[in-house]
Structure formats: structure tokens, C-alpha cells
Design a protein around this ligand. Structure first.
Ligand code: 5GP
Length: 216
């Protein structure tokens, strides 16, 4: 399939509790031209999570093997567990002309930028700390110590916002989603992402020349 634009990765990063996973999931559900990048992780599945859908759940040896075979585009240790983007998923999505959505942590996002320079980096912010706490509690998997760890990590992660291309505050979910869709639409129109621009311009030039000659 030849696409109208050069496909690119959309990297969505955020502190825990900003709601980025829900946004990333909703985006790929809504848009047939966007696919979710599957990550491998050594953490255990939460209730309702499915292997191969939410993550590829692996043990330490499985993760070591993915690393040594060069199957990860990037990886990071987050809250004592390892997470890594599967290179094959990203490559397959880009090859079919889809925008591939990476829901990864802040360090990983910056590594993807180094590996794939055309990646678009989007940082999602929670509207407030009370909302962040509420979302983490709703997930039901955080005890008080885990919550404190996630808050400390979140505080440090805020410093990275300046290395991102966009920042979206996830206050009203639907609005944040629409903003992200608008960003993707605009990014697709970048001059650098138009594979057929030269042909189009040549066609227009030829037509203009024809018009000028005909009008004399
Ligand atoms: P959770 O355990 O809550 O699913 O994820 C914890 C953090 O790890 C989240 O910020 C999530 O986005 C991030 N994460 C998930 N997959 C990857 C990945 O492949 N690479 C990196 N660097 N972070 C990931």
C-alpha cells in the first residue's frame, strides 16, 4: 500500500495517572490507520490484561533473550520491571503505512527519538495531582508505597517535557483525544512526509506552463 504521507511513530509518554494508556488505546480503536505498538514486559499481568494484546508478558530470561537478539527498539527499567518496544511491531506498522502509537515511559520516548528521528513525541499531563491520585487508585493496583514511588517518578519526569514536541493536558478525555487526532492530522501534512510531492509539483508546473502558453 502506498500512503499519502510517510508514516511515523507517535510516542505518547506521561507520568503515571495522566491517562495516557486510555488515550493511546482509544486512539487506535477509533482510527483504522493507527496501530498500537506492543511492548514486552517482565511485570505480571493485571486483572483483565491479556498476553499479546496489552503486553507480551515475559520472564527475565525471555526479556534477556529479546535484548540479546536485538529485537527491542528501546527498553527501560520502570518501577523495578523492564519494558521494551518490540522492533518488529513498529516496523510492520510503518511498512503498511500506519501511524504506530507507542505508549511508553519518558526515558523510552527520548530513546525512540534517537533511533527514529521522524518520531513525534507527545507528553500527556494530568490536570491536577488529585486527579492523578484518583486515577491511580481507580486502577486498584497501587498500595501506598507504590503510589509514593509513582509520584516521585512523576515529579522527576516533568523535567523532560521540554524535549517533547507537544504537550496535551488530559482534563476532559474526549477533548484530549481530539487534540491528539488533530496533531496527527497536522503531522501527516508536513512537507517532509509527502512522498509524492515532487510529482505533484511537476504536474502543477506542467499545467501552469500549458496555461501560460495557451493564453498567449
Ligand atoms: P504499566 O506497568 O503501568 O503498564 O507501565 C509502566 C510504565 O512503563 C508506563 O509509563 C508505560 O507507558 C511504560 N512502558 C510500557 N511499555 C514500555 C516500553 O516498551 N518501553 C518503555 N520505555 N516504557 C514502557
Amino acid at each position: 500500500m502506498t500512503s499519502k504521507y510517510r508514516p511515523f511513530p507517535l510516542v505518547i509518554a506521561a507520568p503515571s495517572g495522566a491517562g495516557k494508556t486510555s488515550l493511546a488505546r482509544a486512539l487506535v480503536e477509533r482510527r483504522a490507520d493507527m496501530v498500537f505498538s506492543l511492548s514486552a514486559t517482565t511485570r505480571l499481568p493485571r486483572p483483565g490484561e491479556r498476553d499479546g494484546v496489552d503486553y507480551r508478558f515475559v520472564d527475565d530470561a525471555g526479556f534477556d533473550s529479546l535484548q540479546s537478539k536485538g529485537e527491542l527498539l528501546e527498553w527501560a527499567q520502570v518501577h523495578e520491571r523492564r519494558y521494551g518496544t518490540l522492533k518488529s511491531g513498529v516496523e510492520a506498522a510503518l511498512a503498511t503505512g500506519s501511524t504506530v502509537v507507542l505508549d511508553i515511559d519518558v526515558q523510552g520516548a527520548q530513546r525512540v527519538r534517537r533511533a527514529l528521528s521522524d518520531a513525534v513525541l507527545l507528553f500527556v499531563l494530568p490536570p491536577s495531582v488529585s486527579e492523578m491520585k484518583r486515577r491511580l487508585a481507580e486502577r486498584g493496583s497501587e498500595d501506598a508505597a507504590q503510589l509514593a514511588t509513582r509520584m516521585r517518578t512523576a515529579r522527576a519526569e516533568l523535567d523532560a517535557v521540554k524535549n517533547f514536541d507537544y504537550v496535551v493536558v488530559n482534563d476532559v478525555f474526549e477533548q484530549a483525544l481530539q487534540t491528539i487526532e488533530a496533531i496527527v492530522s497536522a503531522e501527516r501534512e508536513r512537507v517532509s512526509r509527502q512522498p509524492h510531492l515532487d510529482e505533484m509539483l511537476d504536474g502543477l508546473r506542467a499545467d501552469i506552463d500549458g496555461f501560460i502558453q495557451g493564453s498567449h
